[in-house]
Design a protein around this ligand. Structure first.
Ligand SMILES: Nc1ncnc2c1ncn2[C@@H]1O[C@H](COP(=O)(O)OP(=O)(O)OP(=O)(O)O)[C@@H](O)[C@H]1O
Ligand SMILES: [Mg+2]
Length: 454
């Protein structure tokens, strides 16, 4: 991986950011530590200088000048490296004893460079100048300890910084390389999806880390998308196939009409039949568009709280006479009220489709029952009949668009009625169950309970 690429990786930048933070903390900690130790060492050094000064001052008070000079000479001898500095001057400013140059230091404390005192060492001196009896006495100590301390602190910080930086670069590089590998695989998968290959999936390593979790979520969406696209493809193919029959019939009607026209025969009947055929095709298209519109979910905005039992009673009322004409008995069995959230028009249409199916696909003498019940807040609307029913293996298929049982091919209808009921059920989050009413068909629409009743 090139350094420029490395910089583009968030994991690398994060590692570097953490290091910079640690380095800043290290600088602050070193600074504070150094300051504290410097204060301690300076205080100790000053105490030592004060001690030596007091001892010499004591000698100056007890003995004569020769004793004093001798005492200082003895001290100077004991410090051949001149780490302790002495300078004794009399009242006239003449140097009586000492191992440093007279730098004319002001009374009190001062920190002086060694060169200023004529000493060849890198370390500065901590000096005290003052009166010792009639004499002017200067005592000092090199600051070697302090300098050593600074070197130790700077050295430690330097090494720590170096290790932290090297560590970051190597850890960051390894991390970035690992993440890069997975991201590249994800990029490949995204590119394949963009080219229409919906079977592409992101790699899941099974570590349960954040990348795994995101990959699993994206894979799930891809699987769903693949499923819907496949279903849509299937539906389009089915529709194209099923529309071919009425279109062919229309064509035959028109061809027959033109043939009869050539022979000078009347064509009114053929034209009427062709018009009816095209009306039927129109109907199929409208129903298909209606189902697609329901499936888009846009109608969910029209949802209101409504009484499903009252709605079922109204629809059953409308169909009572039609059933009677067909020699059947329609029994409404929806007492009281059953509140649900929904679209009145679509639910009316769904119930009408179910009742129409029972009337259309069942023989005379059939009893049709339309019920709405509520148990523990769950509202179930059901339409059952005592007709031939739908075999268990066909119950899923009849929910598809344009699917009709073989025996119903000759009856009127398009095979879109139950597909619409299914779309309405899905829109309402209700489950649609086709069962055996032994004998007959039972269709249940189970709604989720809602909070708050009418
Ligand atoms: N109550 C029923 N009893 C027996 N068979 C039924 C019943 N309801 C539906 N079916 C079968 O399921 C098929 C699909 O029903 P669906 O309502 O989708 O279409 P359709 O009634 O044929 O036409 P339409 O689009 O006019 O409703 C029907 O063709 C019929 O074979
Ligand atoms: Mg129908």
């Amino acid at each position: 991986m090139r350094p420029a690429d490395l910089w583009r990786h968030s994991s690398f930048r994060l590692a570097l950011g953490v290091t910079l933070f640690i380095l800043t903390a290290l600088i602050l900690a070193s600074g504070v530590g150094y300051g504290l130790m410097q204060g301690q060492l300076t205080a100790r050094q000053d105490a030592r200088v004060t001690e030596i000064f007091a001892a010499i001052e004591q000698t100056s008070l007890e003995g004569d000048e020769a004793d004093l000079v001798e005492a200082i000479a003895a001290r100077i001898k004991a410090s051949p490296d001149r780490s302790t500095a002495y300078l004794l001057k009399d009242g006239a400013g003449r140097v009586l004893a000492g191992n440093i140059r007279d730098a004319g230091l002001a009374p009190g404390w001062s920190t002086v460079a060694a060169s200023h005192l004529g000493v060849e060492t890198d370390y500065p001196y901590r000096m005290f100048s003052g009166q010792a009896g009639p004499y002017n006495l200067t005592v000092g100590l090199t600051n070697a300890d302090l300098d050593d301390l600074r070197e130790i602190v700077l050295g430690a910080f330097g090494w720590a910084a170096l290790f932290a930086l090297l560590g970051t670069i190597s850890v960051g590089t390894v991390l970035a390389a690992r993440v890069q590998k997975r991201l590249s695989q994800a990029e490949d998968a995204a590119a394949r999806v963009a080219q229409g290959d919906l079977s592409a999936r992101l790699p899941v390593l099974g570590r349960g880390d954040d990348l795994d979790r995101i990959s699993i979520a994206i894979n799930l969406s891809l699987a769903r998308l693949e499923g819907s696209v496949e279903a849509m493809r299937q539906v389009s193919a089915d529709i194209a196939h099923d529309l071919r029959t009425p279109l062919n019939r229309l064509r035959i009607r028109i061809e027959t009409a033109s043939a009869r026209l050539e022979q000078g025969l009347p064509v009114e009947d053929d034209l009427a039949a062709a018009t009816a055929e095209s009306d039927r095709i129109n109907e199929i298209f409208s129903a298909l568009l209606r189902i697609a519109q329901i499936e888009s979910g846009a109608r969910r905005e029209n949802f209101r709280t409504l009484d499903l039992a009252a709605l079922m009673r109204d629809v059953a009322d409308v169909y009572a006479e039609v059933a009677e004409d067909a020699g059947q008995i329609l029994r409404p069995d929806a007492e009281g009220s059953a509140p649900v959230m929904g679209d009145r028009e679509l639910l009316t249409q769904a119930f009408a489709n179910l009742i129409e199916n029972a009337i259309r696909h069942c023989p005379p003498g059939t009893v049709i029952t339309c019920a709405v019940t509520e148990t523990l807040g769950q509202v179930t609307a059901s339409v059952r009949d005592t007709g031939p029913g739908i075999p268990a293996g066909e119950r899923d298929k009849v929910l598809r668009r344009l699917y009709r049982l073989e025996k119903s091919r000759t009856t009127e209808g398009t095979g879109l009625g139950l597909a619409l009921v299914k779309a309405v059920a899905d829109l309402h989050g209700a489950s649609l169950v086709l069962g055996d009413a032994a004998p007959g068909l039972r269709v249940d629409l189970k709604f989720h309970p809602i909070v708050g009743a009418i």
